[in-house]
Write a protein that binds this ligand. Structure first.
Ligand code: GTP
Ligand code: MG
Length: 358
């Protein structure tokens, strides 16, 4: 892997991806526009730390304790914080945007909860605040953080009132217990882990954008039906099995080429070898299905059985080709040298190696 700083490598990956989409997928720009926002987030100089938790857990009081001043309103009543608010904080030599958020479980607070999750979406680190044990709502929120791959630290507030849990960092905003240690821990995390965490998180989001785009490309590519129809009609008109197979070869190659163009992956695909085994068998089936001796006489209840059999074989073949082709198209598109998935895989692997050797 290159020695460029990790955020620069990631930014380069997104730049290449954007350039690629501008050329190949201008018609689907709405799908890949979010990549611009992700690229801009990579370059932000301030780290974004967001507090998350149920109402009255002491989220605002915790941020005040970290900041060293009472800047966020604190209150005994549920729902003191009603919308996210961000304050710039200097954690020694690191610049941080600290965001306070409304609680997760407010009565009739779904709007506030969605504001909270929007803030969390752009976080580099989440301080997940609880007290003495996790409630079902908190388990759900933690699962969601894990699914979104958002780095988080479990903070047990009100340590002056509650016994500590087995996991988590115990602090008290009232007595100041554990606050200097938490500041120290955050500073260390920002210095050592934040760049990689941001890069991985943004690549994960970028690969989701890519997946949605891949699905949109798949929906847009309806060329299989036109080639299928062309081949069916051609087979009806052409005299025998040999010509049917020639027609099948032409139409499948044209169809696969068209699908590759739609996904902007190279043709022929590297996976063409394994697909070709199926296609060869299918050509044989088309040839045999045109052979009168295989069918039960040429007419059954007034219907030409050769036509029905051959039509069925062609239809089935197209379905199978599409089924076999889709993963390769998606994979080639997703994991190609422009793909964030590939970089994500490399970075995760590098991290695993570093952890193993350390
Ligand atoms: N004893 C003790 N009380 C605390 C501590 N932290 C917060 N509190 C109290 O807990 C109550 C809620 O604190 P907040 O910081 O407003 O809680 P919040 O999670 O921001 O609440 P919402 O904004 O309503 O979601 C207030 O009465 C605080 O004084 C603590 O460490 N120890
Ligand atoms: Mg609050």
């Amino acid at each position: 892997m290159s020695s460029l700083p990790i955020l620069d490598i990631t930014a380069k990956c997104l730049e290449e991806l954007l350039a690629w989409h501008q050329v190949h997928h201008p018609q689907l720009s709405a799908q890949w526009q979010p990549l611009y926002e992700l690229r801009d987030r990579l370059h932000q100089s301030a780290w974004h730390i967001v507090v998350l938790g149920q109402v009255s857990r002491g989220k605002s009081a915790l941020l005040n304790a970290l900041y060293g001043e009472a800047i966020f309103p604190v209150g005994a009543l549920h729902g003191t914080t009603q919308w996210p608010r961000t304050v710039r904080w200097h954690c020694q030599d690191q610049i941080v945007d600290l965001t306070d958020t409304p609680g997760l479980d407010e009565v009739a607070g779904s709007n506030r909860e969605s504001m909270t999750w929007s803030a969390v979406e752009t976080a580099d680190l989440v301080l997940f605040v609880t007290q003495d044990s996790l409630t079902p709502v908190e388990y759900q929120a933690r699962d969601r953080l894990n699914t979104l791959r958002i780095p988080h630290k479990l903070i047990l507030t009100k340590a002056d009132l509650y016994p500590p849990m087995a996991e988590g960092i115990a602090v008290s905003s009232t007595t100041g217990q554990g606050i200097p240690e938490l500041r120290q821990l955050l500073q260390q995390w920002l210095q050592q882990e934040a760049p990689q965490a941001r890069a991985l998180r943004i690549l994960h989001q970028a690969s989701q954008v890519e997946q949605n785009l891949g699905a949109a490309l798949g929906r847009q590519d309806t060329s299989a039906w036109s080639w299928l129809t062309a081949q069916m009609v051609g087979s009806l008109l052409l005299p025998g099995g040999f010509f049917d197979v020639v027609l099948a070869i032409i139409s499948t190659l044209a169809y696969i080429r068209k699908a590759c163009q739609a996904y902007a992956v190279p043709f022929p695909l590297p996976a063409f070898g394994s697909l070709s085994q199926f296609v060869l068998l299918w050509y044989a089936a088309i040839y045999l299905s045109s052979w009168q001796g295989l069918t039960f006489g040429s007419e059954l209840w007034g219907v030409n059985t050769t036509v029905v059999l051959q039509g069925g074989v062609i239809f089935w073949g197209y379905q199978q080709i599409r089924r076999r082709l889709d993963p390769y198209l998606q994979q080639g598109y997703q994991w190609g040298h422009h793909g964030p998935q590939r970089l994500l895989q490399q970075l995760t692997q590098t991290r695993a190696n570093v952890t193993a050797s350390g």
